[in-house]
Design a binder for this molecule. Sequence first.
Ligand SMILES: [Zn+2]
Length: 123
Amino acid sequence: MARPYKWQPHEGSRHAISQELAANEVGNTLCDLEVTASTDKWADSERCWPTCKKCDAVWREHEHLLPWPRPEKSKRSPAVEGDNELDGQASPCADKAAQFRELVTTLALLAVELDQQVDISAA
Ligand SMILES: [Zn+2]
């Protein structure tokens, strides 16, 4: 199924623009900002920009997708098929989240170790 919109990094967030808009053409985002469409090649930093909530909401409404973030109740339900494709481009943000979790785990382990050392010296 052809999607009518694509994501466009603009001033710190990712906005949705018409799929029809070719690179260097000027058009409007779904939240009504004027942008010049860029190519599909994004800088790594741009890939991690947050999604514009207004564009996201309009897009979801158009495609009859559930709003995001999910209401608390349905958070644990399996993802709706195809939902993740909305992002369109593979994002290195997931990698960073994994690295961060690993770091937190390492820190937690270190803290435990440190605690034990303190206990030993105090005994
Ligand atoms: Zn927007």
